[in-house]
Design a protein around this ligand. Sequence first.
Ligand SMILES: Cc1cc2nc3c(=O)[nH]c(=O)nc-3n(C[C@H](O)[C@H](O)[C@H](O)COP(=O)(O)O)c2cc1C
Length: 200
Amino acid sequence: MKFLAKTLVGCALCAVSALTSLSLAAPNNAAVVYFTLLHNREGGDSTGVGNTQRVAQAIAAQTNSQLMEIKVAKLYPSDYDETVDIGRDELDANTRPALATDGNPDVASYQDIYLGFPNWWSSYPRAVATWLDGQNMAGKNVYVFMTHGGSRFGDAIADLTEALPQSKIERVIALNDRNCRNMSDEELAEEVADALAELD
Ligand SMILES: Cc1cc2nc3c(=O)[nH]c(=O)nc-3n(C[C@H](O)[C@H](O)[C@H](O)COP(=O)(O)O)c2cc1C
């Protein structure tokens, strides 16, 4: 009898621990989608980590989210200043650069999207606009993170709110590009954790 009671208690504990580990292991219904120049320019280091990507990785790790990347079909030039000018032209003309045909994120099955990009002329790169056009973002929560050279979020939140009237847009973090490059992994993780803790 004593043995039976012990076995039953043991089984109950096993079940509780199985459930706990199940819920810990279960992925969030969230995706981290980002764009970074490094992987989208000629001569860019495809294995290197761009500024925005670094933040994206930290967010994905802390929220247990799927990490996904937006990539263009036609790479930007290796010359930075030339790319800055092209970015301006694309924003002015509100163009939609074609995306690479494979691997671009499909977020249909996700409710929460952490969307990250570099500040390009105070807005989001038009490649992100192309990607958004191909997604149904209605009813989703869009948590925005950016890296920048001084303009922080710029007009990007207002622009996204206009582009996605049926989504809930919330800002997460805007990180300066120098900080992004110079921070240790621990420092970056701490910044990201603080920002995530502020979300509604
Ligand atoms: C086309 C282009 C336009 C940019 N415009 C701005 C800007 O208006 N304000 C700003 O603070 N930084 C601007 N930047 C700097 C980037 O936002 C910044 O360096 C960012 O961290 C780059 O991230 P990435 O490495 O993920 O591409 C611009 C960069 C490029 C290439």
